[in-house]
Write a protein that binds this ligand. Sequence first.
Ligand SMILES: [Zn+2]
Length: 87
Amino acid sequence: MDNYRHTPCACVNCGKVVDAATGVNKDYERAPKDGDVAICIYCSHIMVYDNGKVRNPEGQEIIDIAADPDILRAINVIGEYNRRSRT
Ligand SMILES: [Zn+2]
């Protein structure tokens, strides 16, 4: 998995700077593009890349995210990482 730096923007939930992305599988071994899902490493908030920023998912995006096992696994891994980091 490679990391991709991008223009900094703020997580819409916690406000921390989002300036890099790491793909969760080989289909995402590239820089993020509009419509790709982003999960904040600090608060696990789910967002969508849109025009160089991140925003909350809307409508069908929410349904698609909830049905994507790769995204759900990534959310669980990040959540577990954050829980262990606090202890
Ligand atoms: Zn956040």
